[in-house]
Design a protein around this ligand. Structure first.
Ligand SMILES: Cc1cc2nc3c(=O)[nH]c(=O)nc-3n(C[C@H](O)[C@H](O)[C@H](O)COP(=O)(O)OP(=O)(O)OC[C@H]3O[C@@H](n4cnc5c(N)ncnc54)[C@H](O)[C@@H]3O)c2cc1C
Ligand code: SF4
Length: 289
């Protein structure tokens, strides 16, 4: 709003609504209220022990002051950091549909390599969303028609020809909570974020990964990338390659290549593909011990 990207006539303050709790759910998972602050979520003992990559993702985002204010719902709905989107003197299909996408031929070093379209090549900036995508989280929303549940992997959209819509949330819907299912593999998880400086910077590439290895064989695995696409990118192809395979560098590299073969880098961001491969392999090697 300060940049005048949004100029609403009316603002509704939802911060006083009573959805600021983290509760145990019946299935052994956690229900995170949409108003839970990023700092409180990262500090929660249950999150740190049962879903450590989630705490790491939160602590890799923004700054201490921002995390003290940022909420679970708000963080998922933050908009892209594409420089053209934030500059109201420039055309941008996301801000002004039909006006064009100058980033495709212009400055796109930090933008998408997977799932982009002619109309938009932006990335989604949330770190929290990447860890939630890896852990099969569900977004609970309420609207005039009642409640509905949206898997986090389906909550954010690819741009297609309507990049103005970041998510499938309808205009009159409110996020009330995010459900984390009980997930044993998540206890051995990590979030690794590569950025241009050590703090207060968005991901060039990030990886949330969880691994369960028994007698050298992978029993379960979860992987999601950040910084590559218009949405958190769940790496289903890589997971498929890894289930039942050896837990070694060769398998991790094969898995990364299987996922990243769909990448279509732009003129200046091909480095992200190699960065994503190396970041995933290194994260999985750490998790494999
Ligand atoms: C300088 C800077 C650096 C940052 N770095 C990072 C980073 O590295 N990684 C990262 O992940 N994030 C980063 N952030 C984002 C930050 O952590 C906040 O999450 C983000 O700014 C959104 O703020 P908020 O959570 O207070 O949401 P708000 O600004 O209050 O809301 C954002 C949007 O969500 C809507 N909204 C909020 N709650 C709900 C709800 N319950 N239901 C429906 N709609 C809702 C609002 O209407 C608004 O449109 C950064 C932010 C800044 C300013
Ligand atoms: S990449 Fe998307 S957000 Fe950036 S200028 Fe193009 S349309 Fe706008």
């Amino acid at each position: 709003m300060r940049l005048e990207v949004e100029t609403p006539d009316v603002l509704v303050d939802v911060t006083h609504l009573s959805f600021d709790r983290i509760d145990e759910s019946d299935d052994g998972g956690l229900r995170i209220g949409a108003g839970v602050r990023n700092s409180d979520l990262a500090a929660d003992r249950r999150v740190r022990t049962r879903y450590p990559a989630l705490a790491e993702a939160l602590l890799a985002g923004a700054s201490g002051q921002l995390r003290n204010l940022a909420t679970t719902g708000g963080n998922l709905l933050q908009r892209t950091r594409c420089a053209y989107f934030q500059d109201v003197t420039k055309p941008c299909n996301k801000r002004d549909p039909g006006s064009g996408c100058p980033a495709r031929e212009g400055e796109h070093r930090n933008l998408a390599v997977i799932g982009h379209s002619q109309h938009c090549v932006a990335t989604h900036p949330s770190d929290l969303a990447v860890a939630l995508a890896a852990f099969d989280a569900i977004v609970r929303v309420v609207g005039p028609a009642g409640e509905r549940e949206i898997p986090l992997v389906d909550f954010h959209r690819l741009p297609g020809d309507t990049p103005q819509h970041d998510t499938v949330l309808e205009r009159d819907e409110l996020i009330v909570a995010v459900d984390l299912p009980a997930l044993a593999v998540a206890a051995n998880s990590r979030y690794r974020k590569v950025r241009e400086r050590a703090s207060f910077s968005f991901a060039l590439v990030s990886v949330a990964a969880a691994l369960d290895v028994a007698e050298g064989e992978i029993r379960d695995v979860r992987i999601a990338f950040g910084g590559l696409a218009h949405k958190p990118w769940r790496a289903y192809e890589a997971e498929e390659v890894l289930r039942g395979s050896a837990a070694d560098a060769a398998a991790f590299t094969r898995a990364a290549d299987a996922e990243l073969k769909q990448a279509e880098p732009l003129r200046d961001n091909g480095y992200k593909v190699e960065l994503a491969r190396n970041t995933l392999v290194r994260t999985l090697l750490e998790l494999a011990g």
